[in-house]
Design a protein around this ligand. Sequence first.
Ligand SMILES: C[C@@]1(CC(=O)O)C2=NC(=C\c3[nH]c(c(CCC(=O)O)c3CC(=O)O)Cc3[nH]c(c(CC(=O)O)c3CCC(=O)O)/C=C3\N/C(=C\2)[C@@H](CCC(=O)O)[C@]3(C)CC(=O)O)/[C@H]1CCC(=O)O
Ligand SMILES: NC(=O)c1ccc[n+]([C@@H]2O[C@H](COP(=O)([O-])OP(=O)(O)OC[C@H]3O[C@@H](n4cnc5c(N)ncnc54)[C@H](O)[C@@H]3O)[C@@H](O)[C@H]2O)c1
Length: 218
Amino acid sequence: MIPLAHDFTGTTVLVFGGGPVGSRKARRFAREADVIVVSPAFADRDFGTAELIRAAPTPAEIDGWLERTEPALVVAATDDEAVNDAVATAARDRGILRNRADRAGERDPGSVVVPATVRDEPVVVSIATGGTAPALSKYLRQEFEETLSEAGSMATLCGQLRTELKSRGVDPKRRHEIVTGVVSSSDVWTALGTGTSNCPQVIEDVLDAELSAGGDQQ
Ligand SMILES: C[C@@]1(CC(=O)O)C2=NC(=C\c3[nH]c(c(CCC(=O)O)c3CC(=O)O)Cc3[nH]c(c(CC(=O)O)c3CCC(=O)O)/C=C3\N/C(=C\2)[C@@H](CCC(=O)O)[C@]3(C)CC(=O)O)/[C@H]1CCC(=O)O
Ligand SMILES: NC(=O)c1ccc[n+]([C@@H]2O[C@H](COP(=O)([O-])OP(=O)(O)OC[C@H]3O[C@@H](n4cnc5c(N)ncnc54)[C@H](O)[C@@H]3O)[C@@H](O)[C@H]2O)c1
């Protein structure tokens, strides 16, 4: 399986099942999508901004929910296998992405896995174990949370630096060398970590060095 990034902004995500798993998926997708959770009962959990609809659809009624709500993704997170089967089949027949919480292993196209994710905007890391050990995905996610703590600032810095270098007409090969140098500079990582530096200052320092190096070459 190959991870892809998908923007759910402006779409609907429909979740069947209001247990701990349904609530986790609801929170996850509510970052971007309008989430609807359909369930006869809801666990005492945080469902984010999701709309909660109290209903217990039979397998035969599932397709009607998909027709009415037109979701981009459907999550099957009930404890009723027949309902989860019906969700997967109806979504497949309508060409809608689907996530089954009660299955691991091989999947047909359009049947997606939700990996554990660590975010330090705009950086995101996804972890999956091929369904072998979801608890390990969670553990590694927690480990990565520390490692990634300055990655967002580094990404922002590099983005601004690239824009600045482009506007000064620095050629792509040299630009690549400079940005790669910044990303692997322990001084820059330390500076970002201790808050003793900020983007404009690092950019200024890099440009100063670059301009003087350019001058040496001429
Ligand atoms: C990463 C995460 C994302 C999320 O769900 O948001 C996620 N599971 C998480 C936690 C977790 N899941 C389970 C436990 C209990 C311990 C254990 O059994 O290991 C814990 C730990 C806990 O809850 O503490 C049990 C479990 N999970 C699945 C089954 C069905 C089966 O295996 O057949 C069963 C057995 C059910 C049973 O026996 O009844 C299936 C899937 N779970 C996946 C994702 C997909 C594969 C990801 C991968 O490749 O690693 C996949 C295939 C489908 C999917 O859901 O997309 C989330 C961590 C979120 C975080 O970061 O905090
Ligand atoms: N992917 C994962 O990370 C993961 C983790 C644990 C368990 N699971 C699997 O996912 C399923 C859900 O896990 P859980 O811990 O939230 O279970 P749970 O039993 O606590 O919750 C199931 C929910 O489904 C609801 N439900 C029952 N019939 C329904 C219907 N017809 N329509 C809509 N909702 C209905 C119930 O009211 C309940 O709220 C489990 O059966 C298990 O197989 C997956």
